[in-house]
Design a protein around this ligand. Structure first.
Ligand code: SAH
Ligand code: F3S
Length: 481
């Protein structure tokens, strides 16, 4: 189980209906987290104004862009394989240009261009507004690089085009970058310092989505609980804010409420939460508004206090349990999911057992689990030897995955026999006669289509399940429809 939005969309070429007058063709492929997929929509929007329409056919493209992920070594290797493929095609199509976007562009900077000579253009995650200039450079036969990280850029003023959308669910980015400096993580280096997007532009985007027929938004950030708007600027500079800026500042709980009130029938999700930054205000706001989904993605990474400390996760196991207890007390039916890393440097069998016992305590609905992958430049890479042998990492990871699978089944089973509100997202992957959607807790449900349609909110009586999918039948429209 790799951490991705959906394994099946990794590397998918994104395309949409283009503008009539545009004559050039853009092929854009995305890897990694939801933020990357969301960024590709911003890139496509910027390039639509530069004469580019998107295509699904690589061979037709004038410009090939790959939005990349650096989170684990494997993610980078996948992209490198793709670059080889693009270069093979390019050899027969001299007009074709290839560009790298996102985290690998930022991490490797001009290396892919100057040393390896496998791309024409390198653009970091904060430099997409410079694409028109960079493309002009490559059109004139030069190579182009912009990997400058910004203190302000949030793309709040770029209306993303929705690529490969189901027309029902959409991502809305609310923060960029991360200040947490978890010692294993490359994100603070590739995505820069944390900054928040202006709340009115978020509300406006949500309003526009509702008008276009969207029924669910996921507010996105590396660490959404850390959202803080006080007129712009970096989160770390809030200490220097004026009194007025402080008095009118908007934190995540407030933003969540503003979005919930702006569109009371729109389902609202958010990702990702960080235990050290999540406040009780957020949990109370979730419980107050029916349209905020009862689901929290709350990565913990390890159950061992010693490892949490070495990871620079600024909470203990006991504090995490307290947070879980509070969530369960305030929102008894809340879905909770995790990210976990097996085999962080120095991890002992004892530490690993702490992880398993933490999982037993929480019994997560879902999880994304990884073997530790050393990332160059991170604190862990600089200070700690990657000393847990691969076979031990893998064995521990498998134990974590096995336990999660049990808990997942347990959590899914609890809905059998119950009626749940589900938003219909599209046709089930396994059957053309069935719809798929999710309940508030994010558990997938499938059921016969009957006369219902995509975008309907329906009540589904669940009669059985597999370990992660509910199977049921619609009993009627829900009140929210
Ligand atoms: N806050 C972010 C986390 C981004 S990374 C978010 O929005 O999800 C996603 C997950 O990848 C992390 O929670 C962690 O479990 C995993 N991860 C990050 N760096 C890793 C590394 N070096 N090795 C293995 N897994 C890693
Ligand atoms: Fe990475 Fe930790 Fe931020 S996992 S994205 S540094 S919260």
């Amino acid at each position: 189980m790799e951490k991705v939005i959906d394994e099946s969309v990794q590397g998918k070429a994104l395309s949409l209906e283009g503008k009539k007058d545009n004559s050039r063709k853009l092929y854009i492929e995305s890897y990694g987290c939801q933020m990357n997929f969301s960024d590709s929509e911003i890139v496509a929007s910027i390039l639509a104004n530069e004469g580019f329409n998107t295509t699904n056919t690589l061979e037709d493209a004038d410009l090939v862009l790959v939005n990349t992920c650096s989170i684990r070594e494997k993610a980078e290797l996948t992209v490198r394989k793709r670059l080889e493929k693009f270069n093979a095609i390019k050899a027969t199509k001299p007009h074709m240009k290839v560009g790298v976007l996102g985290c690998m562009a930022e991490r490797l900077k001009s290396k892919l261009l100057e040393e390896e000579k496998i791309v024409d253009m390198v653009v970091g995650p904060d430099a997409y507004k410079d694409l028109p200039n960079l493309i002009q450079e490559i059109d004139e036969g030069r190579s182009a690089v912009n990997v400058i990280l910004s203190k302000e850029e949030t793309y709040g003023d770029v209306a993303p085009v929705r690529l490969n959308s189901n027309g029902v669910t959409a991502f809305v980015s609310i923060t960029r970058g991360c200040d947490n400096m978890c010692t294993f993580c490359v994100v603070p280096f590739t995505r820069g310092r944390e900054r928040s997007r202006e709340p009115q532009s978020i509300i406006q985007e949500v309003d526009e989505l509702w008008e276009k027929g969207y029924k669910e938004v996921t507010l996105l950030g590396q660490n959404v609980d850390s959202y803080l708007w006080y007129g712009g600027g970096l989160k770390k500079d809030f200490a220097k804010a004026s009194e007025i800026q402080r008095a009118t500042s908007v934190n995540f709980a407030k933003l969540l409420e503003m979005v919930a009130l702006a569109q009371p029938k729109m389902r609202i999700r958010f990702s990702t939460s960080n235990p050290q930054d999540m406040t009780l205000d957020v949990i109370h706001t979730m419980s107050k508004y029916d349209n905020i989904c009862k689901n929290i993605h709350l990565p913990v990474q390890s159950g061992s206090n010693r490892i949490l400390k070495a990871m620079n996760r600024l909470h203990t196991r006991e504090e995490y349990f307290e947070l879980i207890d509070n969530i369960r007390a305030i929102i008894p039916d809340c879905g909770i999911s995790q990210d976990m890393i097996a085999g962080f440097p120095t991890e002992t069998e004892e530490d690993h057992k702490d992880t398993l016992s933490l999982m037993e305590y929480v019994k997560y609905d879902y999880g994304f689990m990884f073997a530790y992958s050393e990332r160059p430049g991170t604190m862990a890479a600089r200070k700690l030897e990657d000393d847990v042998p691969l076979h031990i990492k893998k064995r521990r990871l498998n134990e974590i995955i096995g336990l999660q699978r049990e808990h997942c089944r347990l959590r899914t089973e609890q809905y059998v026999g119950k009626v749940q509100e589900v938003l219909i997202e599209g046709t089930s992957k396994k059957s053309l006669d069935h719809w798929m959607g999710r309940n508030s807790q994010n558990t997938v449900a499938v059921f016969p289509k009957e006369h219902y349609k995509v975008g309907d909110f329906v009540n589904v009586k669940m009669h059985s399940c597999t370990s992660a999918t509910l199977i049921g039948e619609v009993v009627g429209y829900s009140d929210n429809n």
